[in-house]
Design a protein around this ligand. Structure first.
Ligand SMILES: C[S@@+](CC[C@H](N)C(=O)[O-])C[C@H]1O[C@@H](n2cnc3c(N)ncnc32)[C@H](O)[C@@H]1O
Length: 220
């Protein structure tokens, strides 16, 4: 990945939490704006059989009349599958820091350019919220988790899919990226949600997870 090689930190160790300064926010936005042209690594579509998609669909269940938020939605590939499967949903909306990524998000999906650490959205506005491989870029992780839970209704469901900190160093990463330990993110989400669990997942349901990807599931 061009953009990854350019900004690879090279240390192989997660950096201590950086503050999301306006300068860092600008660099992250510009990096993903540039990556939006890279359809190979940032595709518009996703195979709905991939377990990451299936897990979200199964955990959320029937979305008729429900409002769903995809945080760090990129080109909206997950949201597109949810909208196709649940045409009676009330709203499926994506937030992303990159307007170039959001340019690929089309109706019936709604798009909102913002950082997930400061959502311009009302409290308890959504029945379901999810973030796939985006929290790892949020820098101020506590703030991002607080925000995703703030916009979730009491009783609403949350899914976070990200990479396991125990595998840090196996992929090139930009200097702001962070991966998570299972218990660490469970603890953070538990500040805002009644129930939290986590599980290892792989791309395909019948393939044993290799430990790289984790899913955290919570109910507020
Ligand atoms: C690896 S991509 C994943 C995109 C999408 N979730 C998917 O799985 O196809 C990470 C996305 O997070 C977005 N992102 C990074 N930092 C963000 C932030 N602070 N707030 C909102 N979106 C952010 C990027 O612009 C990018 O589209």
């Amino acid at each position: 990945m061009r953009w990854l090689s350019r900004i690879f930190s090279g240390s192989g160790v997660p950096k201590a939490s950086l503050g999301l300064t306006p300068e860092l926010e600008r660099r992250i936005r510009e990096s993903f704006d540039e990556s939006a042209t890279d359809e190979e690594h940032f595709p518009v579509t996703i195979d709905p059989r991939i377990y990451h998609v299936q897990l979200i669909l199964n955990y959320f269940g029937d979305l008729s009349g429900r409002r769903v938020l995809d945080l760090g939605c990129g080109k909206g590939r997950f949201a597109r599958v949810l909208a196709e499967r649940h045409p009676a949903s009330k709203l499926i909306s994506g937030v992303d820091i990159s307007t170039a990524m959001l340019a690929f998000v089309r109706p019936p999906l709604a798009a909102c350019a913002a950082t997930m650490t400061a959502l311009p959205l009302a409290d308890a506005a959504f029945d379901c919220v999810y973030a796939t491989e985006s929290l790892e870029h949020a820098v101020d992780i506590e703030k991002a988790v607080a925000e995703m839970c703030r916009v979730l209704k009491p009783g609403g469901r949350l899914v976070i899919i990200d990479k396991n900190a125990e595998h840090w160093g196996k992929l090139k990463t930009p200097e702001w990226e962070r991966w998570f330990h299972r218990a660490e993110l469970e603890k953070l989400v538990a500040r805002h949600c009644r129930t939290v669990s986590s599980q290892f997942i792989s791309y395909w349901e019948d393939v044993e997870p290799d430990g790289m990807f984790l899913a955290w599931l919570a109910e507020k």
